[in-house]
Design a protein around this ligand. Structure first.
Ligand code: SF4
Length: 462
């Protein structure tokens, strides 16, 4: 599983672009492919976006050029649309209501169908992104006000979206009725902020106010944000449970819960479900650190740093030819021999996707002298692809879609392997019936339309 995207918006700051830049910095973990900011001074809009990390995309000069008291920003990890500069966000268009920009986190499951319909009628698209479909719908709307145009458009799309729009005089934030992706509201005096995760509020000294509710848009144009319910929230929400397993930062609050607390509970539950005869517990850093801490608390085993992660890797020129494959893992991780040698180790990771990376890590730990390796995974086995904004491989590439736990254990070369049960996972959140768990069972809460209809059988019912 890979990162998704991050959105950020701010209204009422005389340093709106700088605050957005800082917010995007703290949300970098959600997408590293490209980054962008569009600002407005109430009359004109200013734009800068490019491929690369936030630190590379922006300079003092580019930020100085993004004037205005409101801005929106986006970090992208491509899930739909290809990895090209034309697909960087925020996406800005000029239409009959003037300039409008959007930053989007999620996937629209009927985007292909809507796009075909519009292309048949003569619409021309500049990118391959879902978000452009939404802008076309808004531009074609005959409703009276911008809010009504937006509501009319949102009612035509289905799937996962946490959105932040920028118009010349206001910001509008919205979240899909199923609540797939997080989106929170924060404030600092008269300045209002929306962001994918609350860690973006902390960095600029703002406080968390609440979630943007599923089926709600918030209009921020000075004073208190105005709330418009454009759709009833789904009877059972489909918040992405993977936000707690992997995507969100532990210092964030998403879906109203503290990520660190939930992640520790995952580890504790895992220790409860699958204790191991071991001397110490280690994590595969960084995403599994907190789950491993929870495992340590639950099992009484000491938590040690057995793998060191190189944080300065970036993209390398090494291509995955068979004989070179181990380099990607060796560049990223190095084992601490003094910790691992002659010991029985519990290794905690958040998930297993293809299994190839974990197999190399296990081999590295064994080469460092570990006596036994017991692998514990803080999520159930991933058997199905995600269609709601997370980059998962095809179902055939997911090792658990076609192999038993014992077969995976043998392939990875570990002494024992256990996944957290789905029940155990859901017992760690406050509101268990309101989460999507489709990648563990194929029970998709919102079906895809048109030529992208969900193809898989639903044999592993949730
Ligand atoms: S399928 Fe999995 S990754 Fe996708 S939204 Fe549902 S829980 Fe999240």
């Amino acid at each position: 599983m890979k990162e998704e995207c991050a959105v950020f918006g701010i209204h009422g700051s005389n340093q709106a672009a700088l605050m957005t830049y800082l917010g995007l910095y703290s949300l970098q973990h959600r997408g590293q492919e490209s980054s962008g900011i569009i600002s407005s001074d109430g009359g004109r809009m200013y734009e800068h976006k490019a491929m690369g990390l936030v630190s590379k995309v922006f300079s003092k000069e580019t930020l100085d050029g993004l004037t205005g008291h409101m801005a929106i920003g986006h970090n992208r990890y491509s899930t739909t649309g290809m990895s090209h500069a034309v697909n960087t966000q925020p996406f800005l268009v000029n239409c009959k209501i003037g300039k409008i920009a959007v930053a989007h986190n999620g996937n629209l499951v009927n985007a292909v169908e809507l796009r075909h319909e519009m292309e048949e009628k003569g619409s021309i698209f500049r990118s391959t992104m879902d978000s452009e479909v939404l802008l076309h719908l808004i531009a074609r709307s005959k409703a009276g006000t911008i809010e009504e145009m937006m509501v009319e458009s949102l009612l035509q799309v289905r799937g996962a979206y946490s959105l932040v729009f920028l118009l010349k005089d206001r910001i509008i934030a919205g979240r899909d009725p199923d609540g797939f992706r997080p989106l929170s509201l924060g404030r600092d005096g008269d300045t209002w902020i929306v962001a994918s995760e609350s860690c973006a509020f902390d960095i600029i000294g703002a406080e968390y106010v609440r979630e943007v509710e599923p089926g709600e848009i918030l209009v921020i144009d000075g004073g208190e944000p105005r709330s418009i319910r454009f759709a009833e929230p789904a009877k059972r929400l489909s918040r992405c449970i993977f936000e707690f397993i992997y995507f969100s930062r532990p210092d964030s609050r998403v879906f109203g819960e503290n990520v660190d607390k939930v992640r520790r509970k995952l580890g504790c539950k895992l220790a409860d479900e699958a204790p191991a005869p071991a001397d110490i517990v280690i994590s595969v850093p960084d995403s599994s650190n907190t789950i491993a801490l929870g495992f340590s608390e639950g099992s009484g085993l000491r938590y040690e740093f057995g793998l060191i992660r190189n944080h300065y890797v970036g993209r390398t020129f090494i291509r995955p030819r068979q004989d070179e494959r181990d380099w990607d893992v060796r560049i990223k991780f190095n084992p601490v021999r003094g910790v691992l040698e002659d010991r029985s180790i519990v290794v905690v990771d958040d998930s297993i996707v293809r299994g190839s990376t974990m197999r190399k890590i296990v081999s590295m730990i064994r080469d460092a002298g570990a006596a036994q390796v017991h692998l514990r995974i803080g999520s159930p086995s991933i058997t199905h692809s995600c269609y709601y904004g997370i980059d998962t491989p095809t179902r055939g590439e997911l090792i658990a879609s076609s192999h038993s736990v014992e077969e995976i254990r043998q392939y990875l070369g570990v002494d024992s392997l256990h996944y957290l049960s789905r029940e155990g996972l859901l017992s760690c959140v406050d509101d268990p019936e309101n989460y999507c768990t489709a990648c563990f069972c194929g029970d998709y809460p919102v079906e895809r339309k048109g030529r992208d209809r969900v193809p898989e059988a639903k044999e592993n019912k949730c």
